[in-house]
Design a protein around this ligand. Sequence first.
Ligand code: PRP
Ligand code: URA
Length: 212
Amino acid sequence: MRKLSNVFVLEHALIKHKLAVARDSSTETKKFRELIGEITAIMTCESMRDINLVPKEVETPLEKTVQHRIKEKSIAVVAILRAGLGMVDGVLDILPTACVGHIGISRDEKTLTPNEYYCKLPEGIEDKTVILVDPMLATGGSADDALNALKKRGCKDIRFLAIVGAPEGVEKVATAHPDVKIYLSALDRELDKNGYIRPGLGDAGDRLFGTK
Ligand code: PRP
Ligand code: URA
């Protein structure tokens, strides 16, 4: 894949380790869910390095000082249902005051085209930093749809966290949304003819929720 300035593949030993365990088909639902949450927490830290902070006076036990904090009510996490739900708690572990939105999108298994069936976003989302989460970026159709829905609502500062991406989908979304920073834990080899990421981790939703 050609180099894209808005795509960041996080090179972190802990992510590599946890993702290797998550990919293993013998890893069961409970463990898989925990790993997705832990990987997301690390990704949240990495992707928020340059977040805007505001000065705030703090009184330490010894003196008054001006320090920097995240502005109140300035962050929203938006999950693409269903698998994105598995990443929400990982973001909230790091950013407990973020509000949460949901966009329901499901891929037609034959045509691989996305179908939006639900959208509930926090009030005032257009002025917040939005962290969009979905563990899998395959053809890129679902992410593209979700990003368009957020932009239609006026969102301007959006970061997209996906755990595994396929080159085809990453290039599609990064090119269509040059203003969105895309963070991945891994950029995998390819999409197969059924639209699954290889080597991938299988169907993230089914593995998170034990539905197969
Ligand atoms: C999966 C995944 C993404 C989408 C990625 O969801 O969680 O949302 O596929 O594929 P794409 O990049 O080709 O659009 P799916 O539609 O299977 O729904 P689910 O989360 O309800 O299982
Ligand atoms: N959705 C998944 O859950 N896994 C894939 O490999 C592709 C899309």
